[in-house]
Design a protein around this ligand. Structure first.
Ligand SMILES: [Zn+2]
Length: 363
């Protein structure tokens, strides 16, 4: 009997950067663990033992020089008794190498549990630090090792998957994942993000891959105030037609919760009902593409602790088929609307028109 979801978590994820030199504070993880305990999901959801990823596993997407550098910087932080700054917003402390390797390994264990023996249909990787800003050889945006990119590469290397699709709905552009797979036609990367947020220099809709990878990188930069209805429109009009044409064997999601209306960094006005509606649509899409295919959801950003905890809990319930009071039609009535339909429509027309050259399903 296939179980619906496995939760990958570890109490060490709340022990990174205890000195709190940036927005990625340990309370971001503690609030999730507290919500899991309160809901009793902590005891009822299946989980797995974790160890840190090996340097060989990290080298699936990161350069050996970069891996050694993070390891050395962690030692340096321990010796000096203070974090080492590696980017204007990103710090390495004495625990970084170990805990970021543990976060990376959580994604690989998720793949083993979904693809090896297929004990679990879906996985939720509740790891911290996040990963989607980390490139092959650079840590930034509170990210060190790219958890979701490592999982995608591992799924291909170990289980022989040919095509993987990654949707990044974090409010910031997934520049690291983009860079890692920019020339790769077998990993489709789609990022929905707020224009002009971090990292400001990447994420424009014209950046669509290089060489053989041209067409397989889709950026959807949006203006503030998109709301639940706007995000669902983006899924319906762009993400779903492209994913159905691509026919991935596995869909992974970079799930930040910083597009939520309470988030202090994003301005997208999403609600928890909106995240739930998006995830339900993606589960249905996944079953249309390949009945039995699993969905791997990876925690990324989110700076309102309330939104982060409620969003994580709600997504776990959707993945585990544990929702109470699910509406018959699967669509919540509590969805927020877009503040500027015309601006969103204009943007989506621009994105669709450009990408329709590679994707006939957008025409
Ligand atoms: Zn983010």
């Amino acid at each position: 009997m296939t179980s619906p979801v496995i939760l990958l978590r570890h109490s060490r994820f709340a022990e990174h950067l205890l000195e709190e030199p940036c927005e990625d504070i340990p309370a971001r993880y503690r609030c999730i663990e507290e919500a899991l305990w309160r809901s009793e999901l902590m005891n009822s959801l299946p989980t797995a033992e974790l160890r840190p990823a090996t340097e060989e596993e990290l080298s699936l997407v990161h350069s050996p020089g970069y891996i050694s550098r993070i390891k050395e910087q962690s030692k340096q932080a321990e010796e000096e008794g203070k974090p080492v700054q590696i980017y204007y917003d990103t710090f390495v402390d004495a625990t970084t190498f170990e805990i970021a390797s543990l976060a990376a390994r959580a994604g690989l264990v998720a793949m083993d549990n979904m693809l090896g023996g297929e004990a679990f249909q879906n996985a939720f990787v509740a790891a911290r630090p996040p990963g989607h800003h980390a490139t092959t050889d650079r840590g930034l945006g509170y990210c060190y090792f790219n958890n979701i990119a490592l999982a995608a590469q591992y799924a291909r290397a170990k289980y022989g998957l040919k095509k993987v699709a990654i949707l990044d709905w974090d409010v910031h552009h997934g520049n690291g994942t983009e860079e890692i797979f920019y020339e790769d036609p077998d990993i489709l990367f789609v990022s929905i993000h707020e224009q002009w947020l971090f990292p400001e220099e990447t994420g424009w809709y014209l950046d669509n891959g290089r060489g053989a990878g041209r067409g397989f990188n889709i950026n959807i930069p949006i203006l503030p105030g998109t709301g639940d209805s706007g995000y669902l429109k983006i899924l319906e009009e762009i993400v779903e037609p492209i994913f159905e044409s691509f026919e991935p064997q596995l869909i992974l999601i970079s799930a930040g919760f910083d597009a939520h209306k309470y988030d202090p960094l994003g301005h997208q006005n999403l609600s928890v009902s909106g995240y739930v509606a998006m995830l339900r649509r993606l589960l249905a899409l996944n079953q249309r593409i390949g009945p039995g295919n699993g969905l791997g959801v990876f925690l990324e950003g989110g700076y309102s602790q309330r939104a982060l905890a409620q969003g994580t809990l709600a997504c776990l319930k959707v993945l585990g088929d544990l929702e109470e009071n699910r509406p018959d039609n699967g669509v919540s009535t509590n969805l927020s609307s877009n503040r500027n339909d015309q601006a969103l429509n204009n943007r989506l027309d621009l994105v669709k028109s450009f990408h329709s050259h590679w994707w006939s399903s957008l025409r």
